[in-house]
Design a protein around this ligand. Structure first.
Ligand code: FSX
Ligand code: SF4
Ligand code: F3S
Length: 593
């Protein structure tokens, strides 16, 4: 769901105030501290500051909406995070603004008094339900009981009259630690059990800002903010921790701390090598922080452990090691998107040229379609429409890894540093590559980008015979070591990566007059950083193929209705799924022989 535009936001807020104007105001929020707080919150949820007064008025009218906060299987970390909110204080927030009527950690009553308060709220109040913790479904659902009901029955009961439902924390959003292997209580996320639409605010715990501003959005607009595919508000979970991280420039130059007592820790070097999962985690922690904005995990000196992602306990491997097949433990399939169907077409032989593709295109129902052929000997991308077929991509990949590497030396400061780190950390490979000749060879086969990357990043030692073979290949016009050799190798490695996480590299097709050109320079430098940082070749290969597939998706014309895929890379089911998931309104056809 896309985020709202400024004008839409203004119109919606004005309409909301209008609809509330007949109700009495119960709170007066026109004071400086509330205004300052609200300004900050509004900037988080992308509401223009000019709407401040309208927002205050809306909140003043929202006297009848209450908050019921339920605890199921959890550690109370989410509540603790909220308690550390600084301005306005927790009491102001929950008595004057949101009006909490049930929260068994902070309320005065206990026992029968608390149960009665909950019963009263559920039958006499208009309320939003916030649930912290997962729902145990094992052992007659009795692993958790509240008063005389088990957790499952209590949530079912409260869901009936709730205006909106928020899953606070990773436990209620995705199952969290209780549903990690071996999940003894058979714990589940709210959305796995109940049909009701749930807004997820994951994190173990989430920042108080993510909880409060999401709730605020609902109070102001009377509807859910824009959400991602995991039902997380985009304003908070739309960017990766890595992209917002203050240590990112060190990642880009390949400067990693080697251990927690590394003196470079003081310099703020990147924590990828000691296990940071920031590149695979979507959350706003570097921006909103925790404990009254004091700090966040990476600022405190430990890598992100991916706590706002589904199955992070199981699926991120060792907390203090980079992703690598060696640190794989178990895979939890919860929240893995469903496999979407696509069609296969069996042909006698591969399509080899424009003429053959035009004949094939005539058998398709679509009037405009795209053919992506990543063949071992040749690649081509053809756009077919109005009886015409034209190439869409042109490619110029430098095949001499020595020359490509050396070009970093003359790049900017970051490039130079990366080159020096490569020289130092991947010494053997560097020495081997420097034995290559200075002959430049350019390829127009997209598959050869795999050859180039593999030659620079692989950890297999090149023996002298291989070096002289590569030299011969660079000198000649033959293609014995091109796409064929390294593509198969990369695809095999990619297939055997055990984790479902792509390390984004940033391949891009850039428009250049009538053609798109493949820009791989940035992707290569990021791949070098990941490699120096300890991502294994399986992970790197997996990322290369996924990232390249994503780059193709980006240039697919909206008027194109069928995409035809040919070549070894498209036999991989996770690559096919990138196309089917990201191009839901198109027909994807994979050619087989
Ligand atoms: Fe704890 Fe909340 Fe983790 Fe879970 O946060 S901090 S175990 S997400 O439900 O209390
Ligand atoms: Fe920051 Fe972690 Fe990314 Fe390094 S890997 S830049 S520490 S988020
Ligand atoms: Fe969690 Fe990572 Fe943020 S561990 S708190 S998502 S930095």
């Amino acid at each position: 769901m896309a985020a709202l535009q400024k004008e839409e936001i203004e119109t919606k807020l004005q309409a909301r105030l209008q609809s509330l104007s007949h109700t009495a105001k119960s709170t007066m929020l026109q004071n400086d501290s509330t205004k300052t707080w609200l300004k900050d919150q509004l900037s988080l949820i992308n509401v223009p500051k000019t709407m401040l007064d309208v927002c205050i008025e809306i909140l003043e009218h929202m006297s009848d909406l209450k908050v019921v906060w339920l605890h199921l299987q959890e550690c109370t970390g989410c509540s603790e995070s909220l308690l550390r909110t600084e301005a306005p204080s927790f009491e102001v927030l929950l008595f004057d603004i949101f009006k909490i009527v049930y929260h068994d950690l902070v309320m005065v009553s206990s026992g029968h008094g608390a149960t009665a308060a909950l019963e009263h709220a559920s039958s006499h109040e208009k309320y939003v339900l916030l649930v912290e913790g997962s729902v145990p479904m094992g052992f007659a659902k009795d692993y958790i009981t509240l008063g005389n009901r088990n957790g499952y029955d209590e949530v079912s009961h409260l869901l009936h009259n709730a205006e909106a439902v928020f899953a606070v924390g990773t436990c209620s959003s995705f199952g969290g630690i209780q549903s990690a292997y071996p999940n003894p209580t058979n714990g589940h996320a709210l959305s796995e059990i109940f049909e009701r639409e749930v807004i997820n605010i994951p994190g173990c715990p989430p920042s108080d800002k993510n909880i409060v501003a999401t709730l605020l959005y609902y109070y102001l607009f009377g509807e859910s903010p824009s959400l991602d595919s995991l039902k997380r508000p985009l304003w908070a979970y739309g960017k990766s921790v890595h992209d917002l991280c203050e240590r990112k420039s060190f990642f880009m130059s390949g400067d990693f701390v080697e251990s927690f007592d590394d003196p470079n820790m003081k310099e703020g070097y990147c924590l990828y090598k000691v296990g940071c999962k920031g590149p695979y985690t979507y959350n706003s922690c570097p921006k909103v922080k925790f404990n009254a904005k004091t700090s966040w995990p990476v600022q405190g000196g430990h890598g992100c452990i991916g706590c706002s992602e589904p199955n992070f306990w199981d699926n991120f491997g060792n907390i203090e090691k980079p992703l690598s097949n060696k640190s794989f433990f178990t895979l939890n399939e919860k929240f893995v998107p469903k496999i979407l169907p696509l069609s296969y077409k069996k042909l006698q032989a591969p399509i080899q040229n424009t003429q053959e593709y035009m004949q094939f295109a005539n058998t398709l129902k679509s009037t405009k379609n795209l053919f992506i052929n990543l063949g071992v000997d040749e690649s081509s991308v053809l756009l077919y429409g109005d009886g015409e077929c034209k190439p869409l991509i042109s490619c110029a990949i430098s095949l001499n890894p020595k020359l490509v590497l050396q070009s970093y030396e003359s790049k900017n400061k970051q490039g130079k540093k990366l080159y020096a780190n490569y020289q130092n950390k991947m010494k053997d490979r560097y020495i081997e590559l420097m034995k290559l000749c200075d002959k430049e060879r350019i390829s127009s086969n997209i598959n050869d980008v795999f050859s180039l990357f593999a030659m620079i990043l692989d950890d297999k030692t090149l023996i002298d015979e291989e070096i002289s073979m590569i030299n011969m290949w660079l000198e000649s016009s033959l293609n014995p070591l091109g796409g064929n050799f390294q593509t198969t190798h990369i695809l095999q490695l990619a297939k055997s990566f055990k984790f479902p996480h792509v390390s984004e590299l940033g391949f891009k097709f850039k428009k250049d007059n009538d053609y798109y050109m493949l820009d791989y320079a940035k992707a290569l430098s990021i791949a070098m950083s990941y490699r120096i940082g300890g991502l294994d070749m399986h992970g790197l290969a997996y990322s290369m193929v996924c990232d390249l597939a994503n780059a193709f998706v980006e240039i697919i014309d909206t008027t194109c209705d069928t995409i035809v895929l040919q070549g070894e890379m498209f036999n991989l089911s996770f690559i096919q799924q990138i196309f089917t998931r990201r191009l839901k309104d198109k027909t994807i056809v994979v050619l087989t022989y």
